[in-house]
Design a binder for this molecule. Structure first.
Ligand code: PEP
Ligand code: MN
Length: 270
């Protein structure tokens, strides 16, 4: 991959990215929370439950890139303020998506980790903008993208002078339609061969099925992933977005009890 000057493995061995007080690239880091921020009660209750179960960071979308223009688009600034409140109470750093280059500078004031979604992976003006903020960036893999295309997008951010890039494998489109997407777990060790950047997985958007999330999360630990981002909702049946794939707090707590011992059993993977 000859165009990679900063993202390639040759440049350095392994990078860890520090988000608030959480270091990504060492232990298995867990980011959890609802697809979108919907109300104060929803985000506060969910935040408290994921914190109690041992999550390291809180996710929640305030700007939602939806397939239909008529679907709930997110609460915007109000949603960000609610995330700020949840952070204040729980101490969990905030991960939230930014979809428009014009919003990057002010969304970055609320976000500890700025998420670039699959549909925007190759939005080069957005990549340059988040590159200029210096804020840590979670770059999701485009659903139709090769590893090379993905790493070139990381390169866009790095080349703006922002070294804080974390990759996220969230599933790619294949002919299989039982699952929402196909989780490409081989991307984890492959990225570790190609790049020094940390990589986490998203068992939620990749499978789209609650019943598959625990297995895929544990498989990701075994594959050497640096963490995961998973959707949890205090009442999934009432979720305004991605209701079928959100874990209940009790399911998330159960998964957390199984993940940590697995990680310590496996020790440091190459
Ligand atoms: C999300 O994390 O809520 C999201 C929209 O993810 P993706 O961009 O991977 O579909
Ligand atoms: Mn979602």
């Amino acid at each position: 991959m000859k165009n990679l000057r900063l993202a390639a493995r040759e440049t350095q061995k392994r990078t860890t990215v520090t988000v608030a007080d959480v270091e990504i690239g060492r232990d298995f880091v867990v980011i959890a929370g609802p697809c979108s921020v919907e109300s104060e009660q929803q985000i506060m209750e969910t935040a408290r439950s994921v914190k109690a179960a041992g999550a390291d960071m809180l996710r929640g979308g305030a700007f939602k890139p939806r397939t239909s223009p008529y679907a709930f688009q997110g609460m915007g600034l109000e949603g960000l303020k609610l995330l700020e409140k949840a952070k204040k109470e729980t101490g969990l750093p905030i991960v939230t998506e930014v979809v428009d280059p014009r919003d990057v500078s002010w969304v970055a004031e609320f976000a500890d980790l700025l998420q670039i979604g699959t549909r925007n992976m190759q939005n080069f003006s957005l990549l340059k903008e988040v590159g200029q903020t210096g804020r840590p960036v979670l770059l999701k893999r485009g659903m139709y993208s090769t590893l090379e295309e993905w790493l070139n997008c990381a390169e866009y951010i790095l080349s703006e002078g922002n070294p804080n890039v974390i990759l996220c494998e969230r599933g790619i489109r294949t002919f299989e339609n039982y699952t929402r997407n196909t989780l490409d777990l081989s991307a984890v060790p492959a990225i570790k061969e190609l790049s020094h950047l940390p990589i986490i997985i998203d068992p939620t958007h990749s499978t789209g099925r609650v019943s598959l999330i625990a297995s895929m999360s544990m498989a990701a630990v075994a594959a050497g992933a640096d963490g995961m981002i998973v959707e949890v909702h205090h009442k999934p049946d009432e979720a305004l977005c991605d209701a079928d794939q959100a874990l209940k707090p009790v399911e998330f707590a159960d998964l957390m009890k199984r993940l940590r011992p697995l990680k310590s059993f496996l020790g440091d993977l190459p």
